[in-house]
Design a protein. Structure first.
Length: 344
């Protein structure tokens, strides 16, 4: 499989990997991903190998692409599934001479595939990815068992790290813990800092939860702005964890309040209840939290969705999709997992 997109996209392909393993129990299965997501797949029980394509640095340009092509060719793969609708991914598989290349008809590189599948835009991305299995032959599918459970790497070392790190921050084993993941690559997918800080104050002050903020190094400025508005004292691990450590911390939490981002999908994979705040994106795009224990908070505005991902700023200048969502909306969505408030 080649999936060189973002963290959330990789997590959403893990059921496809499990389905492939179910069908080909004795085959050598590998995934080609970018450096920022490789960690979350290793060691995936369905994979024999995780290959890294550093397309923005070490492997950038034609020389880097050809280097990866040679590596794929040397491995002698017979089949490649391409859930990422990327011309570059299609070109990699084509130049590597992989005999069976399966991807979506709507991909820019569809002419380089040997088998094509129509991507059903009405389905969730997990189930769209699983559509690629439909292009296997009848004999291939005979013993196939589809899987729909998300997966992220879980290592006892990371679990132990999370336990001791949280204890060092004053979060004990029996404490109720809520995680906050306020970041996103796209600004229009980030709820306003004042909203998150007001929710944090209520979680700590009224519900007696411990709160831990999570995110990548790029999310640290967003987290710092939230902390500046807080009256109560949450703790921050933003920029201070690996992806696997972040997953382990989420596994300790009883709730995750998040934007539409990669941490949301990691939280689903860890079985954490989710309250997700959606702004420029909508569930109709197919990337919502793939969990029965999830609530999405959003406003039904005519301008939504304004794009597949989001923008550096609101295209219309008002940002009502996020500004109209209140802390009360988010707390109401989370109440079933919060317990009884105190000091009300």
């Amino acid at each position: 499989m080649i999936q060189t997109a973002f963290l959330g996209d990789v997590v959403l392909t893990t059921p496809l990997l499990q389905s492939l393993r179910n069908r080909f129990p004795k085959s050598h299965l590998a995934a080609l991903v970018i450096p920022g997501t490789a960690e979350i797949l290793a060691p995936h029980p369905s994979l024999d190998d995780v290959l890294v394509y550093d397309k923005k640095k070490q492997d950038r340009g034609l020389a880097g692409l050809l280097r990866i092509v040679r590596r794929l060719k040397d491995q002698g793969y017979d089949l490649c599934l391409l859930p990422h609708r990327s011309f570059r991914s299609a070109l990699l598989a084509f130049l590597a001479g992989i005999p069976a290349r399966i991807g979506f008809s709507q991909s820019p590189g569809f002419l380089l595939y040997t088998r094509r599948v129509w991507r059903d835009s009405s389905r969730h991305e997990v189930r769209r990815n699983l559509q690629l299995m439909e292009a296997l032959t009848t004999e291939d599918l005979k013993n196939s068992t589809p899987a729909e459970k998300l997966w992220v790497s879980s290592d006892p070392t990371d679990t132990e790290w999370a336990k001791h790190r949280l204890e060092s921050l004053g979060i004990r084993e029996n404490d109720a813990v809520t995680a906050i993941a306020p970041g996103s690559v796209w600004a229009t997918k980030r709820w306003i800092p004042e909203g998150f800080s007001a929710v944090i104050d209520r979680l700590i002050g009224q519900y007696k939860h411990k709160v831990v903020l999570l995110g990548s190094p790029d999310d640290v400025p967003v987290v710092d702005e939230i902390l500046a508005h807080c009256r109560e004292k949450p703790v921050s691990l933003a920029g201070r964890t690996t992806l696997r450590q972040l997953a382990a911390v989420l596994g300790r939490c009883g709730l995750l309040i998040t934007n539409d981002n990669g941490a949301m999908h990691v939280g689903v994979a860890q079985g954490v209840p989710i309250v997700a705040v959606f702004g420029s994106t909508t569930l109709s795009l197919g990337y919502g939290p793939f969990s029965p224990r999830a609530v999405v908070v959003e406003r039904p505005l005519d301008c939504r969705p304004c794009g597949k991902h989001g923008y550096p700023e609101c295209p219309l200048g008002h940002f009502n999709c996020m500004k109209q969502i209140t802390p009360e909306d988010v707390i109401a969505a989370a109440k079933k997992w919060l317990g009884t408030p105190e000091n009300v």
